[in-house]
Design a protein around this ligand. Structure first.
Ligand SMILES: *Cc1c(COP(=O)(O)O)cnc(C)c1O
Length: 400
């Protein structure tokens, strides 16, 4: 049995890695594979399944909207799409001038944001988009140019020109703006794929000041940090700044594919008819699911649970074996280990029925559902402690 699905995956799927188990159903924070093995899911489909699996709100929204209207194309509006655009504007606090473009994933939302940056740069005579070392904005050719990681970029050169990567430091930021050619800067408030790495204190505030002073756009990629993941609707709202644009995806529809670009102020007037669109983007099915999910998060005050459970988890893992420190916000947590054994810990956890991942050699990432409670946390701590203990023991053994 086990070998069968691995053989099929090896033969039929593009050879891109992954496929750790063959999962067939889920309920709440648990998933089961085809052999009936149960896993506690503390990765949440990479910060996506914010209501866990098979949540009745998602099930009802999908089934009711699927029975009513699934797709109409961008020639038409739908009530679901209009409701979602207004809701995203309200949650992002754009005010009346804000606008929303609905897409199908985070990368596509970022591609749209890159085109927004080019529209602005071409109107103001500026040719450079700044991105940050450590960033992840996606793997399509445009987003890839803003994702300065040699393993991702090098096989696909030449990349889109007009992009400059800088270190995420205030000094590098100030120097970069001196060139006078910056059309926009892209940043994630917390670099999730780099290992849940927050930007330095004051970085985004300074980026806001410099962008304003140099007539450049501040574009925040909140694909991973947005939609409530950090305990705020958007991570930047904690910093008292407003960007010119922000992208979301991942948790925004709890697992149904949807992404969005949300613009603020004058950036809302850059696109005009003919400059961009998407066949599937903003379809009534995806929009209905996002509306139901965001409404449920609001009605149930789930952001309070995100903050409280995030703090609880960080406190409870702090003294476990191998743990050096923790970082992140809300339920986007990086657990920094004191040795580069995160991949071993993740695989020890998987073999004990816990899904987590290792975005960096010494970092474990947790991104569980916003709905987790005492029992999920107790089960996580049991398995995670056993996994850390096993890996620590193995390393002591090897050192002897
Ligand atoms: C996941 C992610 C993306 C890519 O989103 P997709 O939905 O996979 O296209 C872009 N930016 C950030 C910060 C992400 O975490």
């Amino acid at each position: 049995m086990t070998q069968n699905w691995k053989d099929e995956a090896g033969r039929d799927l593009m050879s891109l890695g992954g496929r750790l188990a063959n999962l067939e159903r889920g309920k709440g924070s648990h998933v089961w594979d085809t052999e009936g093995t149960r896993f506690l899911d503390f990765l949440g489909g990479i910060a996506v399944n914010c209501l866990g699996h098979a949540h009745p709100v998602v099930v009802d929204a999908v089934s009711q909207q699927a029975a009513r209207l699934v797709h109409v194309s961008n020639y038409f509006a739908t009530p679901q799409q209009l409701e979602l655009a207004a809701r995203l504007k309200r949650l992002a606090r754009t005010g009346d001038e804000g606008r929303v473009f609905l897409a199908n994933a985070g990368t596509e939302a970022n591609e749209t944001a890159i085109k927004l940056a080019r529209l602005h740069g071409n109107a103001t005579g500026k040719s450079t988009i700044l991105c940050l070392n450590g960033a992840f904005h996606g793997r399509t050719t445009g987003a890839l140019a803003l994702t300065p990681k040699p393993a991702y970029q090098d096989p696909f050169s030449p990349l889109m020109p007009g992009v400059r990567a800088i270190d995420p430091t205030i000094d590098a930021l100030e120097e970069a703006f001196q060139a006078g050619d910056v059309a926009a800067i892209f940043a994630e408030p917390i670099q999730g794929e780099a290992g849940v790495v927050p930007l330095p204190d004051g970085f985004l505030q300074r980026a806001r000041e410099l962008a304003t002073a140099h007539d450049a756009l501040l574009i925040l990629d909140e694909v991973q940090t947005g939609s409530g993941r950090t305990g705020e609707w958007f991570a930047h709202q904690q910093l008292g700044i407003a960007p010119d644009a922000v992208t979301v995806a991942k948790s925004v529809a709890a697992g149904f594919p949807l992404g969005a670009l949300i613009t603020f102020g004058a950036a809302s007037d850059l696109f005009y008819p003919g400059t961009h669109n998407s066949t599937f983007g903003g379809n009534p099915l995806a929009s209905a699911v996002a509306n139901a999910v965001l409404e449920h998060i609001e009605n149930e005050n789930l952001l309070e649970n995100v903050s409280a459970r995030g703090a609880e988890l960080r406190e409870k893992v702090a003294d476990l074996p191998l743990v050096a420190s923790t970082r992140g916000a809300g339920l986007l947590i990086g657990i920094v280990l004191d040795a580069p054994v995160a991949a071993e810990v993740a695989s020890a956890a998987l073999s004990r029925g816990l899904i987590i991942n290792a975005p960096a050699a010494d970092v474990i990432r947790l991104a569980p559902a916003y709905t987790i409670g005492d029992s999920e946390i107790a089960e996580f701590l049991d398995i995670f402690t056993a996994s850390l203990t096993a890996v620590a023991a193995q390393h002591q053994e090897n050192a002897r």
